[in-house]
Design a protein around this ligand. Structure first.
Ligand code: SAM
Length: 458
């Protein structure tokens, strides 16, 4: 019997929508432990399930919420460019390590180059017409990688940067947290990234959806870890009290407890809620959804081969897997963290002219070797409180990273004044679009917006 049939009762319990009381208790606790969430409350709305409400007045620009992600990941392709903590997504190491590692991974370090080419280039840059570096930076930023006339650095320079043997001027003004390897020695922080599971990354069929499978794997593996911790604590307690029936029927209740954060997220099956791409005719919709289901099935098989846990089998059912991916599809927010490498080069550019000339003799070749100096950390994440915010085409708040927001937390700012008791809404789409375009985009989220603006414009 397959897992879905064997554990159908347990799967139904895992997917049962939480009661109002459970929702209230869970979110009250989450808010109590988050010092940047004390101005909001999660409550049922009249029509759209739960929503976020202001517990105090906010002025335009005020921080309404900083939300710690439940689960998130850096996009696979972005890992070459930015070395970040897999947990909080802060840039780590040093400016030198960030730059050296990127140049190395871009393959520039594998070629040998004569140093006079670099110095010739360097003197060209120094004796340039005095045009502002911002222009130079901007032109680099806009160019596509292939159109950039990159001037690679010598291998030794790249390696010295990467091993932090070469200190760049002023880099100590941009200190970063140290790199700590996973204690398990996996070289990746999460244990599900084992060789079998890596196939998920490279599955040609999956295309752009690969990251969402890995994110689902992360959600499942963190639930298993939480379950194991709860079970260990429970067993200890029983032993202390000399009770012989160590676990009895408690295993499933511990799994339910470990699953609770995910149980709170609004979710539907992935293949039922995924947006129908423009190039798929509506007459082919059923076949398209079957294909998506099959894709989920194949990726789940790979995940099972990598980390199946006999005590947590219901988590490996297609029904649960499909709902987890669907939850990300309907709720996830882009994860963006600005790069300190960009700050560093802008700082150099702002130095007094004479000093800048001197420093640029060292930094300009490095800048020229980089394809883009300002690549930020990019990924996707599920945020438990932010994901409770409903949509409005005239929203009262927006996700916006301020200068000081340098980690993976979501920052939600008021975009107008919000009165105590009012619902805090964000826009899921570009709210500057016309009514019909907005409607089309929101249909992908499975609802027809009836905010005051839509009603007025209709
Ligand atoms: C990110 S969740 C928001 C929280 C959700 N209300 C809950 O109960 O968890 C997104 C879902 O909420 C509902 N929703 C959000 N804004 C809405 C709106 N303006 N009108 C109708 N439904 C809305 C839709 O079902 C949508 O797919």
């Amino acid at each position: 019997m397959d897992i879905d049939s064997q554990f159908s009762d347990q799967i139904s319990l895992l997917l049962e929508p939480p009661s109002h009381v459970e929702i209230q208790e869970y979110f009250n606790e989450l808010i109590t432990f988050n010092k940047h969430a004390n101005g909001i409350q999660v409550k049922p709305t009249n029509h759209y399930g739960k929503g976020v409400f202001a517990e105090m007045d906010f002025e335009e620009g005020d921080l309404v919420l900083k939300d710690q992600m439940l689960v998130g990941m850096q996009h696979s392709a972005n890992k070459v460019d930015c070395l970040v903590c897999s947990c909080c997504f802060r840039f780590i190491g040093s400016i030198e390590l960030q730059i050296g590692r990127r140049l190395y991974l871009q393959g520039l370090g594998s070629e040998t180059h004569c140093s006079d080419m670099v110095s010739r280039h360097c003197s060209d840059m120094v004796s340039s017409d005095g045009s502002d570096m911002d222009d130079h930076l901007a032109s680099q930023k806009c160019s596509s990688p292939s159109s950039i006339n990159k001037l690679p650095l010598p291998t030794e320079t790249v390696e010295s940067l990467m091993h932090e043997k070469l200190a760049l001027p002023y880099s100590n003004e941009f200190p970063l947290p140290s790199v700590v390897n996973c204690p398990g020695g996996c070289k990746e922080v999460y244990y599900f990234l084992q060789s079998q599971c890596l196939k998920l990354l490279y599955c040609a069929k999956c295309g752009e959806t690969n990251d969402i499978f890995l994110l689902a794997a992360k959600a499942i593996s963190s639930t298993i870890l939480k379950y194991k911790k709860l079970k260990a604590a429970f067993s200890n307690e029983k032993m202390k009290n000399n009770i012989s029936d160590v676990l009895g029927n408690h295993n499933f209740s511990l799994l339910l407890k470990a699953w609770k954060p995910i149980s709170m997220g609004y979710k539907k099956r992935w293949w039922d809620c995924i947006f129908l791409p423009d190039d798929v005719d509506t007459s082919d919709e059923a076949a398209f959804r079957m294909q998506i289901r099959q894709l989920a099935f194949e990726s789940l098989e790979l995940l099972k081969a990598a980390i199946l846990d006999e005590e947590c089998l219901p988590l490996f059912s297609l029904e649960i897997y499909g709902h987890i991916i669907g939850m990300f599809e309907l709720n996830n927010l882009d994860l963006v963290v600005a790069s300190p490498v960009e700050d560093y080069f802008l700082h150099i550019d702002d130095l007094p002219e004479a000093r800048k000339k001197e420093v640029e003799e060292i930094t300009r070749p490095i800048l020229d070797a980089l394809e883009d100096y300002s690549i930020c950390c990019q990924g996707t994440a599920f945020y438990p409180l932010q994901s409770c915010m409903n949509h409005s085409c005239c929203p009262s708040a927006k996700a916006f990273k301020r200068e000081e927001d340098r980690d993976g937390q979501a920052a939600i700012l008021a975009c107008r004044s919000i009165k105590k008791g009012e619902e805090v809404t964000i826009s899921y789409i570009d709210e500057d679009l016309e009514l019909e375009e907005r409607r089309a985009l929101l249909a992908d989220y499975g609802f027809n917006c009836k905010c005051s603006r839509c009603i007025e414009e209709a």
